[in-house]
Design a protein around this ligand. Sequence first.
Ligand code: MG
Length: 380
Amino acid sequence: MTARTSEVAGLAAYAAHAEHSRGRRHQEPESPGRTAFQRDRDRVIHSSAFRRLEYKTQVFVNHEGDLFRTRLTHSLEVAQIGRSIARQLGVNEDLVEAISLAHDLGHTPFGHAGQDALHECMKAHGGFEHNLQSLRVVDELEERYGAFNGLNLSFETREGILKHCSLENARGLGELGERFLQKRQPSLEAQIANLADEIAYNNHDIDDGLRSGLLQLSQLEDVPLFARHAKEVRAQFPDIGERRMVNETVRRMINTLIVDLASESARRIAAARPGSIEDVRQAGPLVAFSPAVRTEADALKSFLLNNLYRHFRVMRMTTKAKRIVADLFAAFYDEPRLLPLDHQARVAEDRARAIADYVAGMTDRYAMKEHQRLFAIGDA
Ligand code: MG
């Protein structure tokens, strides 16, 4: 059985089917052993932007500790969670995996702080959006093929990568921007990858927050989703140590979220009865948590926002990170000849965008080193 026939056998009519893909921007012959979406996933894994995710962070700076999540491990967790939901709903796991692994490729160094700073620098030049940058990485910036720029991924993978987009930018994106202008949904696979992202970061940020000492277990007793699972774990295993208790609790929270998402989405799909991916795009959001779990997940999110992302130690790091990104951008903008030669070549076309691409592509440690090289007096 070829990969393609086995895909058809397991997929619902409303799934994305690789053989009905809307295709790639540049014509290429099909791969004999892989579907279009398996091939997209493989292209993402072999990209240089994917390797750099290992040294980019979500909340913590990369050098702070070896146990914290990086964008790479985060993307792997998103892919795992996404695949598990996709299988339960009979949709295309390969596409969910490709989208999940690619979804953060455009992230700047230093997580959201770096992105906010770069957006500020780019305000007069069209702004900076990380989702759009992820698309730019796979469409333009990767240099792996003789015949074209980027990775030449399928429409459906690119549709999933572009999770959000301002209306202004959507107007310039052709068929990919249409859904934002018409307020339509992407495939179920894209909707799944989006919520798998949320499940992954909310849970691993609790884990990393406790591990770093920025969060205390007692604070989490006020977070219903954590508290109810922790209570179960303590009742079942009264004698286990704290680390094991936290891990067992977080594991159960992830499971609850996945099970709820799959069952609520199945219910919505059954009610809407989409017969094809086009019906999915026309319908309202079909992948969703139940109202009760949505409320719990929102409470967890706002807890993390107030207690972890705005913790004074994180704020100090964030402020420093913003300064590094702003300094780098300003130095290159004033004197583009400070840029490495291959990036200099693109300055004539669009100076600000060439610099944003260079800065966005940096890992945390590379940005810090580059800042030292440009600004330190004396040894650097
Ligand atoms: Mg993410």
